[in-house]
Design a protein around this ligand. Structure first.
Ligand SMILES: NC(=O)c1ccc[n+]([C@@H]2O[C@H](COP(=O)([O-])OP(=O)(O)OC[C@H]3O[C@@H](n4cnc5c(N)ncnc54)[C@H](O)[C@@H]3O)[C@@H](O)[C@H]2O)c1
Length: 283
């Protein structure tokens, strides 16, 4: 193996900190516009809240237009300061409808464009054993989770390339794509494909300065999941028992990883699927 050599104009001293103080650490940058699909859902709203806290603008895109508008209103009410008027917006969008996706990006381009895409929309509810599952049900989950994620990524990439390149995509995958649970294979194989689409897009879009990564949560206590699995319930105990760190993730455990992968701290990271799972993949 050849030892790495420092460029003559850029000496490397391993004892020298690369940053010298708070000024160096503070991220001075203009606000980004972040498009979050499935933005009306539990994890989508948490991701939007985290980007708003980082000073960015968010657009919640969801096929449930009423829920997306309500979520945008609620989040807008939480944002403090004078610049709240345009900090949160919502659009109605079915990510599996390629014509609607193209139309949405044409509209967004006229309104200042999008810097970051979070492909969070997904269907979780298709369950069934390999001997039982209706192929049409399988097709329906692939249509949204895989083709929808691909279509959004393609439209975003075209949009960013037309704008001169740069930008970031963060896909919301699942550790289920790497660790099976009986009855959940349709969903899990869709998320394995999301990880693969992440790597595919990352290697091709790197030349345009577009980074593509994924966050792969274990089970997350969204408000909906918490209702179905209250603390102390057998289902909650069964899931928690698989997790070395002892409990399911909160939405607030997932969102910071998404903001990180979208930001300059991850400038040299592309094509990864970062597990945020309390160590479940270790078991
Ligand atoms: N909740 C978990 O335990 C968990 C774990 C791992 C990964 N995830 C992933 O996180 C993401 C968000 O999950 P959640 O728990 O917030 O679910 P959720 O059901 O609360 O939110 C999903 C949102 O996506 C929207 N959506 C569904 N199909 C769409 C389409 N075709 N076009 C546009 N919007 C659409 C829904 O209307 C909903 O608002 C999903 O991709 C899911 O697979 C969730």
């Amino acid at each position: 193996m050849t030892a790495p050599t420092a460029a003559p104009h850029e000496p490397i001293d391993p004892h020298e900190p690369t940053q010298t103080g708070p000024q160096a650490r503070a991220e001075q940058r203009p606000a980004r516009t972040v498009l979050i699909t499935g933005g009306a859902g539990g994890i989508g709203q948490g991701i939007a809240r985290a980007f708003l806290a980082a000073g960015d603008r968010v657009i919640l895109a969801d096929r449930d237009a009423v829920a997306a508008a309500a979520a945008a209103d609620a989040l807008g009410g939480e944002v403090a300061g004078d610049s709240t008027a345009d900090a949160v917006a919502s659009i109605a969008l079915d990510i599996s409808d390629s014509a609607a996706v193209a139309e949405a990006f044409a509209g967004l381009a006229k309104r200042g464009g999008v810097d970051v895409l979070v492909n969070n929309a997904g269907i979780l509810s298709v369950h069934g054993a390999v001997t039982e599952l209706d192929p049409e049900a399988y097709r329906s989950i692939l249509e949204v989770n895989v083709i929808g994620t691909f279509g959004m990524t393609q439209a975003f990439a075209r949009h960013r390339i037309a704008a001169g390149g740069g930008g970031a995509v963060v896909n919301i995958s699942s550790i289920g794509g790497r660790q099976p649970t009986p009855g959940m294979g349709a969903y899990e194989s869709s998320k394995a494909a999301v990880d693969s689409v992440t790597r595919w897009a990352a290697i091709e879009l790197a030349a345009h300065g577009i980074r593509v990564n994924a966050v792969a949560p274990g089970p997350v206590l969204t408000p909906m999941l918490e209702m179905g699995m209250p603390e102390g319930s057998p289902a909650r105990e069964a899931w928690a028992g698989r997790i070395p760190l002892g409990d399911l993730a909160r939405v607030s455990d997932i969102a910071p990883a998404v903001v990180f992968l979208a930001g300059s701290g991850a400038a040299h990271i592309t094509g990864v699927s970062l597990a945020v799972d309390g160590g479940q993949l270790l078991t």
